[in-house]
Design a protein around this ligand. Structure first.
Ligand SMILES: CCCCC/C=C/C(=O)SCCNC(=O)CCNC(=O)[C@H](O)C(C)(C)COP(=O)(O)OP(=O)(O)OC[C@H]1O[C@@H](n2cnc3c(N)ncnc32)[C@H](O)[C@@H]1OP(=O)(O)O
Length: 303
């Protein structure tokens, strides 16, 4: 069993590394600097800052991709590599995800990776989204989302993948899978992640209407677990992780896997088909037109 798990971990890792080279092939410069996790250490990679505190084994991953922490191919690749490294690092016991950008946890997937790009790029991008989800939803260690700002679509998905969600109690911030509002459809594994958290009826309403929930509504439907003042989001996440660490790790990990494995296996069995579906859907003229209109509306809002 242990050998199988080790082999699976190695395969996943090589998957992420191949993703890394796919990102390089797209011609974007990508410098993965040396990341040491041996003592309290800040990674120097660019879009995701990692700080592992060896005194308690808690790593904080801060999204730092201005202006809105959109999840581009580069961001996703860097995120998955760092997450993988932390999983393999015995001194890390749990991971907190949060944002270094003011008012925004993450604006979700980078629309520019899906708008006006080639089918090949869309395919590589979608594989990176899948790999992020597979790694995070199936993560063996404890994960907590410290949601210190707006969290639409892919941002919400990332938070949903965590074991516990703490959100800033601020009426300006909202969270949800709003894909239908962009004229696109959340795939089955986005749907399953929400369904496993808030139940069938809420997921149905939420997905059809593309609802973005204000913090209080999100707490009410169980989309987030706790609201705290913005200044306390990270410290509460650290405290909460401490409580989770008090539970016998092996039993917790197996329980998590028991709850999530069927959902993870569903995508693993359909990865290639899901990429094909995505590429054929997103490159349709009508869908490109919807994305273009959504982007224009975002810009108009500013004017
Ligand atoms: C089968 C298909 C399935 C696909 C599944 C898709 C999942 C996704 O995640 S799609 C992305 C969904 N995301 C959104 O709908 C969020 C859109 N953004 C916003 O609502 C807001 O930007 C905000 C609340 C996150 C932040 O608001 P604000 O602080 O007012 O900032 P601006 O709106 O002015 O945005 C600044 C700048 O960033 C651009 N931008 C925003 N979001 C994205 C994004 N997701 N991808 C790419 N670019 C984004 C925005 O257009 C502005 O650009 P400039 O005008 O050039 O400065």
């Amino acid at each position: 069993m242990a050998t199988v798990l080790r082999r699976a971990a190695r395969l996943e890792f090589s998957g992420v590394l191949s993703l890394f080279s796919a990102s390089c092939r797209h011609g974007r410069p990508y410098a993965l600097s040396h990341v040491a996790f041996n003592d309290r250490h800040l990674s120097t990679s660019s879009k995701v800052k990692v700080d592992l505190d060896n005194s308690n084994g808690i790593a904080v991953m801060k999204f730092d991709n201005p202006p809105v922490n959109s999840m581009s191919l580069d961001f996703l690749t860097e995120f998955s590599i760092n997450l993988e490294k932390l999983e393999l690092d015995k001194s890390c016991r749990g991971v907190i995800l949060t944002s270094a950008q003011p008012r925004i946890f993450s604006a979700g997937l980078d629309i520019m990776d899906m708008y006006g790009t080639s089918p090949e790029h869309c395919g590589a991008f979608w594989k990176a989204v899948q790999d992020m989800w597979l790694k995070l939803y199936g993560y063996s260690k404890i994960t907590i989302a410290a949601i210190n700002g707006a969290s639409p679509a892919g941002g919400c998905l990332m938070a949903l993948c965590c074991d516990y969600r703490i959100m800033a109690d601020d009426p300006r911030y909202s969270i949800g899978l709003n894909e239908t509002q962009l004229g696109i459809v959340a795939p089955f594994w986005f749907k399953d992640t929400l369904l496993n958290t808030v139940g069938h009826r809420t997921t149905e309403l939420s997905l059809q209407m593309g609802i973005m929930y204000h913090a209080h509504e999100a707490l009410k439907i169980g989309l987030v677990d706790q609201l705290v003042p913005e200044g306390k989001v990270l410290s509460t996440a650290v405290e909460t992780l401490g409580t989770w660490l008090a539970v016998p790790g092996h039993a917790r990990e197996i329980s998590k896997s028991m709850m999530r494995k069927p959902t993870v296996d569903k995508l693993l069995a359909n990865k290639e088909a899901d990429i094909k579906n995505f590429v054929s859907f997103i490159t349709k003229d009508s869908i490109q037109k919807s994305l273009g209109m959504y982007l224009a509306a975002l810009k108009k809002k500013k004017a």
